[in-house]
Design a binder for this molecule. Structure first.
Ligand code: NAD
Length: 477
């Protein structure tokens, strides 16, 4: 039986089309296992994710500020309705942190992420007429979200960047891709129910370094919003387009001899233990003036934290901290694990209830120098305030992220704040009080964009500022 060329061509075309449309068997398995079957903003490739967000942006532009509030309120509702599910999933997928703490992070995002109230225009009226500066969207924003807070960061970014009128294509951290795909789907479902166009937020089902690079370089991503460690910030900054980069931190604390030691111990203990110390803002090393060091250790132990010897701190560092080309970094097997897991690595039985391990080290110890993101806190003895200040500046590595001081001497507090130059400085409180919300004052964001100078971001940071000037009219006084 002979088959015509035409027929063969059509069969080949169909097979090719089908194979292009079909994900690989492994991808299909991953999608099914995760419940993130493509749809509702989840795409098999980044090009489609960006194109869908571009089309959505065209439609989104005809909606006004009150619509944006309605849609982002729907996202806040998603955070509250799914907080337990997302928190459980995050612990299962990333093995980091504690679910009850993650639930609090979702509530915080829903309540305290800034919205359209930050877009009030600036206006000048004078003899020449009226000038108005307005906050205008960029278009599609390419986002990288981290492994450490996969759903809270994504939800916070969605609320802030959609409030600013943009749409978003995400390349989530691969370890949390199923969770992030689910968040995207829930948000699009909730927003379309509230009347929004589809695909205001999109992501790739299977993010890779290649899909991240593709997103950075794509002509339709007009702005990049990057949250992660030094490597991803550096990779994104190579591209000549505007970027808001939330990079690493290594927040130091200084406790001087005038400090309220019980307050300092309590605040630092609760903050560093929260979600097993994976917040970039959380205390990573504490410098204490020698004359009050032992009293601070006593207060810290009374809170149920477990003191390690110097040699146990060294042994744990050998297991958990890896020497890179220039600096130490934490092994993925230890990031955000419970103190009991770290204890087990030393052959110790530590209850799951214990918040922190801690021990005395030198200032140049890897526990101090690495952004270690574990519930194991190094305490360093310093001669006086001046030596402590210099040690804090050195340990912060110029990230300009977060730092804190406990002192009753406000001249020292002022000097510390001026010298350390971080985006967040907290005086006499835990570092997380510096990022607004219920523990602090003002708005909250998961994005503290130190490398690009944006600090704790609001929707304004995701806008282009544009001016309109009416000459000789529109004045009514
Ligand atoms: P990470 O750098 O390991 O990963 C972030 C993302 O970047 C992932 O999707 C990863 O695949 C991708 N990536 C890494 N290198 C890349 C490259 N060369 N090119 C393209 N993509 C690349 O970070 P993480 O473990 O997910 O998050 C923890 C880090 O994020 C910490 O350093 C923490 O301080 C920081 N962080 C900062 C803030 C802030 O507001 N400043 C907030 C949260 C987390």
């Amino acid at each position: 039986m002979s088959v015509s060329d035409e027929k063969i061509r059509s069969i080949v075309k169909k097979v090719l089309e089908d194979s292009l449309r079909q994900p690989s068997a492994a991808d299909t398995a991953a999608d099914t296992a995760s419940g993130s079957d493509p749809g509702w903003g989840v795409f098999q490739n980044m090009d489609d994710a960006i194109e869908a967000a571009r089309v959505a942006f065209e439609r989104f532009q005809s909606f006004d500020l009150q619509d944006r509030r309605k849609f982002t309120d729907a996202v806040r509702r998603v955070a509250l309705d799914h907080k337990e599910e997302y928190s459980r999933m995050a612990v299962e997928l990333t093995k980091m942190g504690r679910a009850p703490h993650k639930i609090l992070k979702h509530i915080n995002v829903a309540k305290n992420s800034p919205g359209i109230e930050y877009l009030r225009p600036d206006a000048w009226a004078g003899k020449n007429g009226l000038a108005v500066d307005e906050w205008s969207p960029w278009g599609v924003i390419g986002n990288i979200s981290p492994s450490t807070h996969p759903s809270p960061t994504m939800l916070d970014n969605i609320i802030i960047q959609l409030s600013a009128g943009n749409t978003i294509a995400f390349n989530p951290h691969p370890v949390a891709k199923q969770l992030n795909a689910r968040v995207i789907q829930h948000c699009n479902q909730a927003m379309t129910r509230a009347g929004a166009p589809e695909n205001l937020v999109t992501c790739v089902a299977h993010p890779t370094l290649e899909s991240a690079e593709f997103m950075f370089a794509h002509p339709q991503t007009k702005l990049l919003s990057i949250t992660g460690g030094p490597a991803v910030v550096k990779a994104a900054m190579k591209h000549s387009k505007p970027i808001i980069a939330a990079g690493p931190g290594n927040p130091p604390v200084l406790v001087d001899e005038s400090a309220d030691l019980e307050l300092a111990a309590r605040e630092i203990s609760e903050s560093a233990a929260f979600d097993n110390n994976i917040l970039c803002t959380a205390e990573k090393e504490v410098f204490i003036v020698d004359s009050v060091f032992d009293r601070f250790v006593q207060a810290f132990s009374t809170l149920g934290n477990i003191k390690l010897t110097g040699s146990q701190m060294d042994q744990l560092a050998d297991k958990a901290l890896v020497k890179g080309e220039q600096e130490y970094y934490i092994s993925r097997d230890f990031v955000g694990r419970n103190a009991s897991v770290l204890g087990r690595a030393l052959g110790m039985q530590v209850s799951d209830e214990v918040g922190l391990l801690f021990g005395e080290t030198d200032a140049d110890h890897p526990w101090v120098q690495a952004e270690q993101m574990t519930p194991c806190l190094p305490l360093v003895r310093v001669r006086d305030f001046e030596q402590g200040l210099e040690a804090c500046i050195q340990a912060e590595h110029g990230f300009e992220h977060t730092a804190s001081i406990f002192t009753r001497d406000m001249n020292r507090a002022t000097r510390y704040s001026k010298r350390i130059k971080t985006d967040i400085v907290v005086i006499n409180g835990r570092t997380s009080r510096g990022d607004g919300g219920d523990l602090g004052e003002g708005y909250f964001s998961h994005t503290i964009a130190s490398p690009t100078g944006h600090g704790i971001v609001t929707p304004r940071d995701f806008c282009r500022k544009r001016r309109i000037m009416t000459v000789g009219a529109m004045r009514f006084i």
